[in-house]
Ligand binder design. Structure first.
Ligand SMILES: Cc1cc2nc3c(=O)[nH]c(=O)nc-3n(C[C@H](O)[C@H](O)[C@H](O)COP(=O)(O)OP(=O)(O)OC[C@H]3O[C@@H](n4cnc5c(N)ncnc54)[C@H](O)[C@@H]3O)c2cc1C
Length: 222
């Protein structure tokens, strides 16, 4: 959406038609705020995490935002893309002169975390999108005093661990790196670990999660 806004600043609606295709139901939101929403430090979520909604883009920037439109393929030489309108199931085509791809990244899934497990076992969450944040919040609300394992000790894992700890869960962070947040200098990473352990979070570094156990379709351990 930053590319769309910037393009609009450079060329007016008479000069350039801008269409933004988004497979989800939100635009321009702060994923960075998700851990703080999970930790109840941000209230009024998800609204307060959305910087600009589709209506603002349509009315203020004359950008034709189409939600629930998932791009499935494109042909650069033909200037043609295919998409699925997930709200109606319709398969659609769209012509373009210029194409900007801003589809983001996806969390790394451990090799043992298969699609079958993802479909069949509840209680395992990712924290990338607002709907995923909402799912995690719902689960936490039903688990006062429960145990949570956070897989990954980068900044997102650390923020989510802090959020779950604030919500009263017993939290363990498992990270295969020798220290938390490999982006930090080693001496600072040690300070971070000490601070987390001091509040009662268990930190297991140099440790890879190798699987999970479940009962009655819900995760029970790893
Ligand atoms: C929990 C968390 C905390 C973070 N904290 C920080 C922070 O503190 N500071 C910081 O700088 N960064 C932070 N980040 C990273 C930051 O959110 C990302 O770098 C940023 O969102 C990347 O923007 P993007 O537009 O490239 O991708 P995204 O924000 O992922 O947007 C890509 C969009 O493309 C859509 N899409 C994907 N495929 C298709 C398709 N085929 N058809 C149509 N639409 C599609 C997706 O639905 C998505 O809405 C955090 C991220 C997370 C998850």
């Amino acid at each position: 959406m930053a590319a769309a806004s910037q393009a609009r600043k450079l060329r007016g609606p008479q000069d350039l038609e801008i269409i933004a295709l988004e497979r989800g139901e939100f635009t321009s939101y702060s994923a960075c705020g998700i851990p703080y929403w999970v930790g109840d430090q941000v209230t009024n979520g998800p609204d307060s995490l959305v910087a600009r909604d589709p209506r603002t883009f349509r009315e203020k920037y004359a950008v034709d935002v189409r939600l629930h439109h998932r791009v499935t393929s494109f042909d650069l030489s033909a200037g043609l893309l295919a998409m699925s309108d997930d709200a109606t199931g319709a398969e659609l085509a769209l012509r373009f002169d210029h194409l900007v791809i801003g589809t983001g990244a996806a969390p790394v899934r451990p090799p043992w975390f298969t699609e079958a497990i993802e479909d069949e076992v509840s209680g395992v969450h990712f924290a990338q999108t607002l709907p995923q944040g909402a799912g995690l919040r719902d689960e936490v609300a039903g688990l006062p005093g429960g145990r949570a394992v956070v897989c990954g000790g980068g900044y997102i894992g650390v923020e989510i661990a802090d959020a779950l700890h604030r919500r009263g869960l017993q939290v363990t962070v498992v990270s295969r790196s020798p220290e938390l947040m490999s982006s930090l200098d080693a001496d600072i990473a040690v300070e971070l670990r000490t601070a987390m352990e001091k509040v009662g979070i268990t930190v297991l570094t140099g440790t890879s999660a190798a699987g999970l156990t479940s009962a009655d379709g819900h995760v029970t351990g790893g």
